[in-house]
Design a protein around this ligand. Structure first.
Ligand code: SF4
Length: 364
């Protein structure tokens, strides 16, 4: 995987004292840095190129985050939710998947940003976790960015993993399509950190997941994390339907279970391709050759377009069969799916989001 190099790092005054700034300086000696006063949204547009998503991904902005870092995952209306919390330590992503929902979600605020006040982030997490010790949290950092793609420069892992490793009531999930795990290897996660990969067959990666690591690179990285004491996760999301998709997905699952020990996997999730009409318009403009905008989809109650329900159920059942063959008791859940689909795939649906969250908590 080719490492991302920003054209420039723009630093809002006040962020120079942060460890993230020092890490960036050390890791990017040839990239120009520019210190600026606080910049408004309008000024950011000028700095990064008039609202184009492509331009926004090429420069990196280091700034203070002024709101709350921790949020409950918004899930999707009417779908079974897995009771997940998210920490946003950055916004946008240096990679460029054709189906990425950030193209729509961050359309008005697309700058690739990293937040410098990690101390505030950890204080906030400490207050939440220590204030609710009887509650078990799953927290992820990969909602509006990739958890690890920027790690070689910003070193968030080095700041965050030691803190979360000491917490008795959390699993921190670092979700990625990169192989940027070197910064994690010397740390002791104490069984509190899950490194998770979003997986697709190489054919889908080549066609749709631009700038990401290959299947082999992701699995090699997963194996190294497993050997370093991390728990693992895999997300088959988005699962894409095309002629003979079954051959590629079954082969990919065999590859995964041939390389990693399924007993170190904390969870697997499945979710089919989903988008909206507005995201499809953006995809057509930015990725005119993608076949993903051409297939048939139906509008679901949460406003998202998905494959027709019987096709989704069939795809999930097949995936589950191939997973269970290799990993009979690994935890598997569906991402953003209805109770009806859960029942058809697993024979049950969790009664509430807390029940699903508890099922995904470690048993020991
Ligand atoms: S890796 Fe994730 S966040 Fe980054 S472009 Fe792809 S889908 Fe979006």
């Amino acid at each position: 995987m080719q490492l991302f190099q920003p054209q420039e790092v723009i630093v809002e005054r006040g962020s120079e004292a942060s460890p993230i700034y020092r890490n960036l300086r050390a890791a990017l000696p040839r990239v120009p840095f520019r210190i600026v006063d606080t910049i408004s949204t309008e000024k950011r547009t000028e700095e990064f190129g008039a609202h184009t998503f492509d331009a926004a991904k090429k420069k990196l902005l280091l700034t203070r985050h002024r709101g709350a870092f921790l949020k409950k995952c918004p899930g999707s209306e009417g779908q079974v939710c897995c009771n997940y919390f998210v920490i946003n330590f950055a916004s946008n992503c240096p990679m460029d998947c054709s189906y990425c929902y950030l193209q729509e979600y961050l359309a008005d605020n697309p700058q690739l940003k990293v937040f410098s006040n990690v101390d505030d982030l950890l204080t906030e997490a400490d207050e939440l976790l220590s204030g609710h010790r009887r509650f078990f949290f799953r927290i992820g950092t990969g909602e509006i960015t990739d958890s690890l793609a920027l790690d070689p420069y910003i070193g968030f892992g080095r700041e965050g993993v030691p803190f979360f490793a000491e917490q008795p009531n959390v699993l921190l999930e670092l979700k990625t399509k990169s192989d940027c795990i070197d910064g994690l290897l010397g740390l002791d996660p104490k069984d509190r950190v899950v490194v998770a990969w979003s997986m697709n067959p190489q054919r889908v990666i080549d066609q749709e997941e631009h700038g990401t690591a290959s299947v082999n690179e992701r699995l090699l990285a997963a194996r190294r994390c497993q050997d370093a004491g991390y728990r693992l996760g895999f997300h088959f999301d988005p699962i894409v339907e095309y002629p003979n998709w079954e051959i590629d997905y079954e082969e990919m699952l065999e590859q995964i279970f041939g390389i990693v020990d399924w007993r170190r996997i904390s969870w697997l999730s499945m979710g089919v391709l989903r988008d909206t009409l507005s995201l499809k318009r953006i995809m057509r403009r930015r990725f005119p050759r993608t076949p993903l905008v051409a297939g048939e989809q139906v509008l679901c109650p949460d406003g998202k377009l998905r494959y027709f329900q019987p096709l989704r159920v069939d795809m999930y059942r097949k995936m589950l069969l191939w997973i269970r063959r290799a990993a009979p008791t690994v935890k598997v859940y569906l991402c953003m799916e209805s109770r009806e689909v859960w029942e058809q795939v697993f024979g049950f649906a969790p009664s509430c989001e807390r029940e699903l969250g508890n099922q995904l908590a470690p048993s020991s």
